[in-house]
Design a protein around this ligand. Structure first.
Ligand code: PHE
Ligand code: CO
Length: 292
């Protein structure tokens, strides 16, 4: 994953603005691209029944995200804005950290505008419109999660400018927003967007005996490295979105100071201090590139 320079992006997207937003150009999607959305959507709708949390599934309905076609961001944003005040803006791909945080802090979710090619159906390196919209937008329709994402954006600005703690904060995003699980009376459920947009990981994350599933602890998460190119070796389990928000909506200054020293953990570690839901067998052998 290489961050492209603004000039490189401008050559491809002449209309690009200083905040890295571009026009979605919805009218330019071809039938094959809409068909790819449909294939991915239908496959995930199947696998997510009984696996994704109800907040995610409700969000799909509330935002009127359907299989038919790639959503038009303007239409989608008008719905989402009425629900929680968020909008979706198109970006070419990954954007610089300060730009990303500024969007989140202002309740704008930057979403990739392109869709993966047929040969990338199970794995792409950069987030496309399916991951960004199907994966992220439904949770933005949940009031508490919507607040969490805005707070994260503001926290990102602080982490970047004042604390040099981006690495720690990025781990929190990874293990919650992207790969989070939640414990419900009916069992473990998925809310992380990196899981809900991946067919294989939707099953693996909740059913495989291989990974650890560890109850969420803020400092523990912020000390834990993650893998970006394969299934996770550990998932962190929250008890509710209210709880996650309460845990993170405190001043991190003292925590960041503590994090400057002390251990960092590997993705598969289990600590004696962990509250463990599942101690993984680690029988899954990585390298099959099926994540995201
Ligand atoms: N509480 C964090 C801080 O003081 C900000 C934050 C909130 C980060 C919610 C992540 C999620 O910087
Ligand atoms: Co994502």
């Amino acid at each position: 994953m290489q961050l492209q320079s603004f000039d490189q992006l401008k050559a491809k997207h002449p209309e690009i603005r200083a905040d890295f937003t571009i026009d979605q150009h919805w009218e330019r999607y071809g039938d094959g691209e809409h068909a790819m959305w449909r294939t991915l959507y239908e496959r995930q709708a199947q696998v997510l029944k009984g696996r994704a949390c109800e907040e995610f599934l409700d969000g799909l309905v509330k935002c009127r995200l359907v299989a038919d076609r790639i959503p038009d961001f303007e239409r989608l944003s008008d719905d989402l804005e009425r629900i929680t005040g968020w909008r979706v803006v198109a970006v070419p791909s990954l954007v610089p950290d300060d730009i990303f945080f500024d969007h989140l802090a202002n309740r704008r979710f930057p979403a990739g505008q392109f869709i993966r090619k047929p040969e990338e159906i199970d794995y792409i390196e950069e987030p496309d419109v399916f991951h960004d919209v199907f994966g992220h937008v439904p949770m933005l329709a949940h009031p508490v999660f919507a607040d969490y994402m805005e707070a994260y954006g503001k926290g990102g600005q602080r982490a970047l400018k004042q604390f040099g703690a981006l690495k720690n904060l990025a781990r929190l995003y990874w293990y919650t927003v992207e790969f989070g699980l939640i414990e419900k009376p009916e069992g473990l459920r998925i809310y992380g967007s990196g899981i809900v947009s991946s067919h294989a990981e939707s099953m693996y994350s909740v059913e495989s005996p291989s990974p650890n599933r560890i109850y969420f602890d803020l400092e523990r998460v912020m000390r834990t490295d993650y893998r970006i190119d394969d299934f996770q070796e550990s998932y962190f389990v929250i008890s509710s979105f209210e709880d996650l928000f309460a845990e993170t909506y405190k001043d991190f200054a003292a925590l960041y100071a503590r994090l400057k020293t002390g251990p960092a953990y590997k993705p598969g570690d289990v600590l004696s201090t962990d509250r463990v839901h599942t101690h993984g067998t680690h029988t899954y052998v990585g390298g099959s590139h099926q994540a995201a």
